[in-house]
Design a protein around this ligand. Structure first.
Ligand code: CA
Ligand code: CA
Ligand code: CA
Length: 327
């Protein structure tokens, strides 16, 4: 009898230790530039930022990653469980699975602002935006306006772990390895376009987001690092990044558009306004051109008066075309 009690106590201690061990975060791996398991070029620019959510126990994290998957920073939230992303006009929104809420995230500080707060429901696992409304599932599909006010519910008997809008259709990621396509133009009637269904890069994919050209998702694997994937409408991987933490969910990216070399004020044409914008920036404390590379028109790695003279020569003296550094 005594021996049995000892055995039970020993196995209990072991069980508690194992459970405690699972509470600790795995250290993000050191990722060297150009030393990553990417199968194809990422197609991202140096100033693009990848967003990633990961969850463990009662902690949630939002990661900001560079275009090579290197960790810039992360924010940690106790008693939150962030899942799917949406980005509207450069503002980042994230859905919350512990509560029927969606938040606007300040990426500079990690601060949260409650945006949707719908306690008629229990949880959210996804969020998408069609240009006018946000869509969030909780078995049925709920939609909200840009102020976060509810605008109806559509019957929708699906378990959705991520959703995205590709400019034409609503796409959902379910938990059994299917990306599904829905015509929502007859709202609140949803019509599945069955022939558009495709398998995502892995059956463990959760979040869903569309960058204007490709989809994004993240793998959710307990106790092991998954990948962040960028992929096309058939599930073919365009690029992948090893996740910095496990139990990932959402993935999205702040992508910067390509620029016109010499276009200092960002209106996509080159004229005298760009010269005055650049003079204003260099000598009058004006705002910087975005990106700065767009005004290094002599491609020498710095932005100074020589770039102004080059622009003047090009516009008024038959000088050579602006030539900015290539990524
Ligand atoms: Ca989404
Ligand atoms: Ca311009
Ligand atoms: Ca220069």
């Amino acid at each position: 009898m005594f021996l049995i009690i000892i055995l039970v106590l020993t196995s209990l201690t072991f069980a508690v230790r194992t459970a405690a061990g699972e509470n600790t975060w795995r250290q993000p791996p050191e990722i060297e530039l150009n030393d990553r398991p990417t199968e194809s070029p990422t197609g991202l620019a140096p100033d693009d930022t990848i967003l990633f959510t990961a969850n463990q126990e009662w902690l949630s994290r939002i990661y900001l990653l560079g275009p090579e998957g290197n960790v810039y920073t992360h924010y940690e939230y106790e008693f939150y469980r962030f899942v799917d992303f949406e980005i509207v006009d450069g503002e980042v929104y994230v859905a919350e699975a512990f509560a029927p809420r969606a938040y606007k995230v300040d990426l500079a500080t990690g601060d949260l602002e409650v945006f949707i707060d719908d306690w008629s429901l229990y949880y959210f696992y996804d969020i998408a935006f069609d240009g006018e409304y946000f869509y969030v599932d909780e078995w049925d599909l709920n939609r909200y306006d840009i102020e976060g006010d509810k605008d109806g519910t559509a019957a929708f008997d699906e378990f959705v772990a991520g959703s995205a809008w590709d400019g034409r259709y609503l796409w959902t990621m379910d938990d059994s390895g299917h990306a599904k396509c829905w015509d929502i133009s007859g709202w609140p009637t949803l019509t599945e376009i069955v022939e558009n269904t495709f398998p995502p890069p892995s059956p463990q994919c959760r979040g869903f987001w569309f960058d204007g050209e490709y989809f994004w998702t993240a793998e959710s694997i307990d106790g092991a690092l998954g990948y962040i994937y960028r992929f096309d409408h058939r599930g073919r991987v365009i690029a992948q990044w090893l996740a910095p933490a496990f139990s990932g969910w959402g993935a999205a990216a702040i992508l910067h558009d390509t620029f016109v070399c010499g276009d200092a004020n960002g209106d996509e044409i080159i004229n005298i306004l760009d010269i005055t914008f650049l003079i204003d920036y260099l000598y009058m404390g004006g705002p910087p051109p975005d990106p700065l590379t767009a005004v290094d028109v002599n491609s020498d790695g710095t932005v100074n008066i020589l770039d102004i003279t080059c622009l003047i020569a090009y516009l008024y003296d038959g000088g050579p075309e602006p030539n900015c550094p290539q990524d």
